[in-house]
Design a protein around this ligand. Structure first.
Ligand SMILES: [Zn+2]
Length: 453
């Protein structure tokens, strides 16, 4: 009897042990153990290629069910060896693929596997982004990305969920994409045969940031204005009084050394005999010593100034609508039949009613906005590189020095103030102290634009 009792006690203990074991088995997904060998034929033979290099898994979390699902165990393995031997464990973390190429770089990754689903994450500058979800990536799929320059790491998780075992394999690799070589420095000359009143222009592209280009020419003031991060623009005026002939231009900008010639052709300017009534009040007031002194103090000093930034772009528009040109740019003008009064007319006189709005012909910075005795309401706009518009005889000024204006903005109204014989807008375009033809700038073919295309 005692032996039977002992046997019953032993059987009960055995049952308890078995049940506890089973309970532990049901909790397998919380139980994790690192195995030092993978003897169980459970790792699927996935193949992942990134940029044509085959990756080995860097990490695995694998679950195996045993005893027909009654028990299970989890394998958490870092550095899963490719040959599945003990020695290679922990050696594989992230595969450095090195520098793959130049931006923009087309990265491809291919998956070849049984039934696995993939999620890929790309990290650049500490920002991780999921490339594709499980719903779009499947076995025998691939990703193709256009990448900019930078240092990247790519993590691909392959998820398998088989009936008897499943889990994730993680593949890691890092690589970098370098910047493409900068485009070569280039000089783009504009039209090299020009008439008096036209504008010679040059454009420099892709100039290294530590280089400031220089330009020298017998044609007068020439300055470079920045036209972009690595681009520069120079406009050189051919004034109406410029002697026809051949002129030299030298440009230096790093590896660019340009030594060329420009041909200036004569333009047949009109002749005008202007009748001015010196007895009239406004003409008398506009020509006093004080008025002329004020003009000399305000206007010619602006000829030497320029902004290095280029504000203008595209074609210049007409400053006023309607009217007609009473006196063209460059006309040889004498006053009251006296040849000794001969001078060039440096602007274009647009005869139009007082009160007509005057629009900024292009984007720029207002450098002067004042009522002056000689020129009446006066506004000067700098477009960059010393290219400026001068508006005279205005009845009203609607801008202030320092204002930035956009093309088409109203800067004031046409008038008849100062040395003026009737309502009109005197519209003058200058680069430095040389006047250029304003009407040529209404035409796409103007020298100013020829280096800008
Ligand atoms: Zn005029």
């Amino acid at each position: 009897m005692k032996k039977n009792k002992l046997l019953i006690v032993l059987l009960v203990l055995l049952a308890i042990i078995v049940l506890c074991g089973a309970a532990a088995g049901f909790g397998y997904y919380k139980y994790q153990k690192t195995y030092d060998a993978i003897g169980e034929e459970i790792i699927p033979d996935d193949t992942i290629f990134v940029a044509e290099t085959e990756l080995s898994p860097a990490e695995a979390r694998w679950r195996v069910t045993v005893y027909d699902g009654f028990f299970g165990k989890v394998l958490g393995i870092a550095g899963l060896p490719t040959d599945k031997t003990v020695d290679a464990i922990y050696e594989l973390a992230e595969i450095d693929l090195g520098e793959l190429g130049e931006a923009p770089y087309a990265l491809t990754a291919q998956y070849r596997s049984r039934n696995a689903l993939y999620t890929a994450y790309l990290t650049k500058d500490n920002t991780e982004m999921m490339l594709s979800g499980e719903d779009v990536l499947s076995a025998d799929d691939e990703i193709a990305l256009m990448l900019e320059a930078g240092t990247y790491s790519l993590r691909i998780e392959s998820l398998t969920d088989f009936e008897k075992f499943g889990g994730t394999l993680t593949y890691r690799c890092s690589f970098s994409i370098k910047d493409p070589p900068p485009p070569p420095p280039t000089l783009v000359p504009g039209k090299l045969e020009l008439e008096q009143g036209e504008i010679l222009s040059f454009k420099l592209l892709n100039i290294p940031e530590d280089i400031t280009p220089t330009i020298s020419t017998g044609l007068g003031m020439a300055v470079w204005a920045k036209a972009g991060e690595r681009d520069w623009f120079a406009a050189i005026p051919i004034g109406p009084a410029r002697e026809p002939g051949t002129y030299n231009v030298k440009i230096s900008a790093g590896e660019i050394e340009y030594d060329g010639t420009v041909t200036v052709l004569a333009y047949d300017f009109d002749f005008q005999d202007l009748t001015v009534n010196y007895g009239s009040a406004n003409v008398a007031e506009a020509t006093t010593a004080t008025a002329l002194q004020q003009y000399r103090e305000k206007i010619p000093p602006l000829w030497k100034t320029y902004d290095e930034e280029r504000y203008w772009s595209g074609k210049f528009i007409r400053p006023v609508e309607g009217g007609y040109v009473g006196t063209e740019f460059g006309e040889h003008r004498i006053t009251n039949g006296d040849p000794s009064t001969m001078r060039y007319h440096y602007g274009m006189d647009i005869e139009v009613d007082t009160g007509t709005p005057i629009h900024a012909p292009n984007a720029g910075r207002v450098v002067l906005a004042e009522m002056l005795l000689n020129t009446g309401g006066t506004v000067v706009i700098e477009y960059g590189g010393g290219l400026k518009s001068y508006f005279f005889h205005m009845s009203q000024i609607d801008v202030t020095a320092g204002d930035m204006v956009a093309q088409g903005d109203v800067v004031g109204l046409v008038g008849n103030l100062g040395y003026s014989t009737g309502p009109h807008l005197h519209y003058e375009m200058r680069i430095g102290d040389q006047a250029v033809s304003p009407s040529m700038l209404f035409d796409d073919g103007a020298g100013l634009y020829s280096a800008d295309k």
